[in-house]
Write a protein that binds this ligand. Structure first.
Ligand code: FE
Length: 331
């Protein structure tokens, strides 16, 4: 009897250990500190330990490719639909069929073949200096091509995927030639050389070097923590037509993962309920889940109409966008 008790307790010990020993690895280009709190919460709730391996998106994709079957990557998580699309083209992802993900993530924010799913939305819109202008001066991205804005516009480089995706969305909406005219107008309105990042473009607007720029809203949210920049004001672009350009951060399950079921559960978790409030708020982005909460500090910007182009098109039109930018000398 003693032996049996020992055996039973050994069995319990082993099976407990198995549950808490579950591990998943996310290869991600996102900053680890944005993910750590939610991953810790997931561990507390499920006993599944999530390991983050962070790095540059291109290098991580390369690594997954090279490592093949040996790769520890269960999930690849990154920002920008253009990059997710590229990962799918490189055949890194498996196809995931999940009712939960399909319900939580609107269809335009995920890959039509289920290879990747948006987990937060990133709105790219106009920010101007309230020292020089008021909200009613602005309407659309396209309007910034008009001569009225000569010497007033600041832009981040077109080499950043965010701007390539924005241009891709215009190509989808207006065609290549019309978009080319618009971007030509932007370039001729530039107040100064293009910036290497959104934050510097915002600072240039605040200092009066230029009057308006186009940025992802979370960069503005970060700067507004400092009262020095409180002359920066946001306006939602294209509210009377196609809506604000929206991109995503997102993830997919790696083709060679040995833990696909567990990986799917984690993605489902990240797309639902309180995880959505949390995940999007960490970087002051917008949740993909309808009615999830946004960070308090960005509530003042209110709701906005968004461009509901399927974000996978931002990827498939990326090459054309790059070509267009080169053609018009948008560095
Ligand atoms: Fe960013």
């Amino acid at each position: 009897m003693k032996k049996l008790t020992l055996l039973v307790s050994l069995f319990i010990l082993v099976s407990c250990a198995k549950d808490t020993n579950k591990e998943l690895t996310i290869f991600t280009s996102r900053q680890p500190q944005l993910l750590e709190p939610i991953i810790e919460k997931y561990y507390q709730e499920t006993g599944v330990k999530v390991i983050l391996l962070s790095g540059n998106a291109q290098e991580l994709m390369e690594r997954i490719d090279i490592e093949g079957e040996q790769s520890k990557a269960d999930i690849f998580m990154t920002v920008d639909a253009g990059v997710l699309w590229q990962a799918a083209e490189r055949n890194i992802f498996s196809e995931t069929k999940s009712k939960i993900l399909e319900e939580n993530v609107p269809s335009y924010l995920r890959d039509p073949n289920g290879k990747w799913f948006g987990l937060s939305k990133r709105a790219r819109t106009l920010v101007f200096s309230s020292d020089q202008f008021s909200k009613s001066d602005f309407s659309t991205y396209e309007d910034l091509a008009k001569p009225r804005w000569k010497g007033r516009l600041c832009l981040r480089t077109s080499k950043k995927v965010y701007n390539r995706s924005l241009i891709a969305s215009m190509i989808d909406a207006y065609g290549f030639d019309n978009s080319k005219k618009i971007v030509t107008g932007w370039v001729s309105n530039l107040a100064t050389e293009v910036f290497s990042n959104d934050t510097n473009a915002l600072k240039a607007v605040s200092s009066g070097q230029c009057g308006v720029t186009i940025v992802n809203t979370y960069y503005l949210a970060r700067l507004l923590d400092d009262p020095k920049y409180d002359n920066l004001e946001l306006v939602w672009a294209n509210q009377n037509d196609r809506g604000v350009h929206v991109n995503i951060s997102g993830a997919g399950i790696v083709k060679t993962s040995q833990n696909k079921k567990e990986a799917q559960k984690l993605l489902e978790y990240l797309s639902s309920g309180s995880a959505q409030d949390f995940y999007a708020s960490a970087n002051k982005e917008y949740p993909v889940l309808k009615d999830a909460n946004v960070a308090e500090s960005i509530m003042v910007w209110g709701a906005f109409i968004e461009d509901e182009i399927n974000v996978s098109k931002l990827g498939s039109l990326q090459k054309e966008a790059v070509f267009l930018a080169q053609e018009v000398g948008y560095k």
